[in-house]
Design a protein. Structure first.
Length: 338
């Protein structure tokens, strides 16, 4: 009896050791491009919790906020070097590595709804294209997401393309600045952390910042009382990717869990942010000092045509960027979105 008991105990201990080894094998250190206090990060953390439950604890993700290990523009290199195991980030941050990332990550003016971008990624060839782009970096693209079409915050009334002329507009470097410059604005380089102060002190007239609900919560609409909503210009691609080496070590069932969980995450974050935007618009509309500007279909079309001319110019920067341009424009034309 004692012998049997010792055998059972030994087997149990062996099992626990095996489970611990398995969990350790699939522990992933993933850095986000969002601060820990942001709604985006909180939704990402919920995704992490679901993955751990779905995998029975076999996948253990340590989600880190922006800048915890490296700068947000350096996570791709950090994964390649083994400093990080993965990232949840805006693909456009790597346009310095290849302009293709900037074009695919934020094809300014291309998308008017989150479902259009996700349809392209999941069913129109986008996932396969990003998988190909990440391959040389030893990074495996797991799945695509996004946030919402971003709103413009402005101190001046903006009702169409003509109102952009001479506007001192904070915008990220790259394609976003290029498009707004072509539309007549004067782009200004300014970190996101300085947007509120820049608006308050008159350094800038307007800003390409983020979705309406985040702008409202941050008080942007209180100092820049002419927001443009619904947005039309910027819809960033968010990708969840991990080290190819880590991916290759995972059995097929865990790979499937990760891929399925990202599809769920993309629906979760876009739905939650859309609900938040709706509530924020209602709140802002009740403030007599804030005037929300909704561009007409004609003005949106004008902006898109300007943007389209710049996509073509930007695509000439690399062979991969040309691939992105050809792929996305083909999809847009086939689905009557151009």
């Amino acid at each position: 009896m004692k012998t049997m008991t010792r055998t059972l105990i030994a087997a149990a201990v062996t099992g626990l050791v095996s489970m611990s080894a398995m969990a350790a094998d699939f522990k992933l250190k993933i850095q986000s491009s969002d601060p820990s206090g942001d709604r985006n990060f909180q939704i990402q953390q919920s995704w992490v919790d679901r993955v751990e439950k779905m995998s029975g604890g076999r996948i253990d993700i340590d989600l880190l906020p922006v800048g915890a290990v490296v700068k947000h523009t350096e996570t791709l290199s950090a994964i390649k070097m083994g400093i990080l195991d993965g990232h949840v980030t805006a693909t456009e941050f790597f346009s310095g590595q290849d302009p293709a990332f900037g074009l695919l990550g934020n094809m300014v003016g291309a998308w008017s709804d989150t479902t259009q971008l996700l349809q392209y990624m999941n069913y129109g060839g986008g996932n396969e294209l990003l998988t190909e782009l990440y391959k040389p970096y030893g990074v495996h693209f797991v799945g695509a997401s996004t946030t919402g079409v971003e709103s413009l915050v402005s101190k001046k009334p903006l009702d169409g393309v003509a109102d952009l002329k001479g506007l001192k507009l904070r915008a990220p470097e790259g394609l976003v600045q290029q498009v707004f410059a072509a539309a007549g604005a004067t782009p200004v380089n300014l970190p996101g952390s300085e947007v509120f102060t820049g608006l308050s002190k008159g350094v800038i007239d307007a800003a390409d910042y983020t979705v309406f609900s985040t702008n409202q919560k941050a008080g942007m609409n209180d100092v820049a009382v002419h927001p443009v909503q619904p947005g039309f210009h910027s819809l960033p691609l968010i990708d969840i990717s991990i080290s190819q080496k880590k991916w290759d070590k995972m059995p097929a069932d865990l790979q499937q869990i990760l891929e399925t969980s990202v599809r769920d995450f993309s629906y979760d974050i876009t739905t939650q942010l859309k609900i938040a935007d709706q509530a924020a618009v209602k709140e802002a509309s009740a403030n007599p000092k804030i005037t929300i500007h909704n561009w007409s279909d004609e003005e949106r079309k004008k902006f898109r045509e300007i943007a389209r001319s710049q996509w073509k110019v930007f695509a000439e920067r690399s062979p991969n960027a040309q691939k992105v341009y050809d792929s996305v424009t083909t999809f847009l034309e086939q689905n009557d979105l151009l």
